[in-house]
Design a binder for this molecule. Sequence first.
Ligand code: SAM
Length: 286
Amino acid sequence: MENKRLYSPKQVREVLDRHGFTFSKGLGQNFLIDGNIVRGIVRGAGITKDDYVLEIGPGMGTLTEELALNAKKVVAIELDNRLKPILEETLYPYDNVEVVYGDVLKLPLREIIDEKLGGGPVKVVANLPYYVTTPIIGRLLEEELPFKSISVMVQKEVADRMVARPDTKDYGSLTLFVSFYTKPEIILKVPKTVFMPQPKIDSSVIRLTIKDELPDTNRESFFKLVRAAFSKRRKTLINALSTYGLEADKDELRAALVRAGIDETVRGEDLALEDYVRLARELPKL
Ligand code: SAM
């Protein structure tokens, strides 16, 4: 397949200038201009010729092109209609790519997967705009769509929080949210110099491998507990929980802790996922 590769800074500039394209800061447009990183993302995401891939935010198609070369089929969702003539040009050589224009937070993803991606399982790959990282990952996980993994470029600090261990400053509700649904791993560290325009912060690519089975507990109670536990990081767990306004008084909470085998003096950040899972099981009606 003829392939002029999009990722040299000169090539990116040439295509964008020819189309009179200007970057939108509001849409978090920082495009990749480094072939090693583009290839590293696709390799780290474990993409093979058998894979159906959903890309979010293709930009001018740099990562999309590498995905097209390595996957069976790629559907890319892009919010910015101004990129349409550019993507039509850059992705022209690839007949296994389809671009859908719209907001990934609003589009009917299940329908798109059923109609265009063989009904799943699907691997998600994305270089996301920083301002919508958390809502997008939140939607992808909560809806329990047929995903195998989600590999995304995020702000370095966000990736560090996702993989944090208990009893560290980064450990918190984001860690527990992500590890409820997935096994998170940082697959690439990305310096700010590989983007055009250059952002102020460094990034990491994180791969979230979806668990075959979700933890066996009451999900609503689990997330309520986690929110309550981290609402007052410096308090003991029992005090943080009892002042948060949960539908259980201090005695009920204390009894549930005992039944879950959790010491009353611990703080929320000392407890691992399994501890919250057990505790939520003891407090199903929160
Ligand atoms: N993938 C390209 C690359 O790596 O060079 C572009 C990455 S850029 C950081 C993020 C892209 O996401 C932009 O093209 C932007 O227009 C698009 N985008 C922003 N918000 C979006 C949303 N809610 N839904 C879909 N795409 C969005």
